[in-house]
Structures are given as structure tokens and as C-alpha cells.
Design a protein. Sequence first.
Length: 318
Amino acid sequence: MKHYLDFEKSVAELENKIEELRHLSSDSDINIAEEVTHLQNKAERELNSIYSRLSPWQKCQVARHPERPHVRDYISALVENFTPLAGDRLYGEDQAIVGGLGRLRGRSCVLVGQEKGHDTGSRVAHNFGMARPEGYRKAQRLMNMAERFKLPLVTLVDTPGAYPGVGAEERGQAEAIARCMELSLGLSVPVICVIIGEGGSGGAIALASGDRVLMLEHSIYSVISPEGCASILWRSGDQSKEAAEALRLTAQDLEKLGVIDQLIREPIGGAHRARTETIRAVGQAITDGLKQLDGKDADTLRKERRDKFLAMGQKGLS
């Protein structure tokens, strides 16, 4: 059964009617193909209309859709001979961060990403994509491996934010995130980062400090969640919609501001409606990004990466 968002009610009604007609057709001799085709076209037009004018708050809902492809889906579809690596060699294993080595479209690379999980059990196991310090230190270990073996680094970002628990803070959450950023910015190998769902706060930027920062069309990327922002500014979560507007967290806004380098288009209706097509588009964008960085030496990569982040936010503010 499909999971419909609040603003997709009109589409849900049409698609439910289509399913009823198909069921009726299979149980009788009535030919209703013409009516089904008419309703399908109407549903497609309605979906196109809705997704062409999504508000920032609605984009937050799409980015968090439970059926949206997650890191493991991308790895499974795009990466051959993937070898997962576990543990930070300091404290323990954090399943919120998934990483390892593999061949992405024939090219050896190191991959790191946040995994949210797809059902109750896996979401709990992966802590809903919210990493603890040991997760970020595992990411550092993989970054160092990419540097040692001269392999490009690909990161897939999808997290509400770093885990804010007492234990995580006691084990150095802020330092672990800062160290990830410092290490990423100093790598001598190409770094491609893709925001595939939520890009929340420092938990996201820990894995999004690269040469190319790409972002799916209906993903979000912000310093704080709209709910968190509303609770601080208005002492209530009721103003989450207003907070989403003010945060400029959509891919379109962030591309204008120069925070991201490329917007990756999603199929009509969002990534959750056409998972294979979306994953293929992300794979192509990563491949193209790596090709653009081919031939650049370590000093050039580091300088351009540094200049990119120093210049961030200086355009599109008018």
C-alpha cells in the first residue's frame, strides 16, 4: 500500500479509483481500459501540478518520505563488489554510518553514507540515520583509507542530524564532526557529496565537505530542522512551516546561494515513486562529477575546495 503525503490527497483518490476499476475489470467481462487511461492521465497531471509548486515545508515531507531510497538502496544498485567496513577502532560500531569500498560504474572508490533504515527494526538498528561519535570516527577511518590508496571518496547524506544524546556528547560528538570536516577539506583525492534526503545540521556537513556537493531536487539541507528552529524562535513547533520558509533549505534556494553545485532532477512525484530512475540519475551525476575532477593534482583539489567553501553564501542574497 502506497504512503501518501497530506498534500497528495487528490492524487490518492484518483489512484485508489484506478485500483478499484482494475479489480472490477479482473472480476468481470467489462472493458474499462479507456476509463482507467483517462484517470491515469488525470492523476499524472495532478501530480505534475502539485510537485511543480511544492512549498519548503512540503519538500521537507518529501525528503522524509519513508519509501524514499536510502543509502543501502544506492549502494546495492550502483556499486559492484561492495565490501562494508565496520568500527572506528576506538570505541565501537555505529550502524547509522554505512561505508566501505567498491566499484561505482567500474571505478574503484570509497563510499560513506548515513542509513536511516526502511522498517521499524532497521530504523532502530541504524538509529534513524543519526550517528554518534564512533560513526563519524568510522567515516574518518574510511576517508584516511581513500587518501592512502588514492581512491575518490563518495558520500551520501541523509540524516536529521547527529545524535544529541548525553553519551554521544560525552564521547566527543562535536570534535568528531569537526574532524570529519577538517579531514574532508584536506584530502588529496576527489570528493563527491550527494544529499539524497535530509541534510540536517553538523551531522550532514560532516559528510558534505567536498569538491562537488550535489543535491536531489526535493531534498533539504539546513543548519537546523524546521521543527527545531520553530521551537527556539517561537517556543512552539506550530510555526514549522514558517521556519521552513525562512531557512532557505530547498535545493533551488541553495543552488542560488552557491551552497550546492548541482541540483539533480527527480521524477514527477518524487524519488519514492521512481526509485530506479532516481538512483540511476544520482549515479550518472556522481560519474560526471568525478570526470570533471580527473587530472587535477592534490594542491589544485585542496585549493579549489577551500576557495569554494570560503566563497559560500556570497551570492544570491539580494
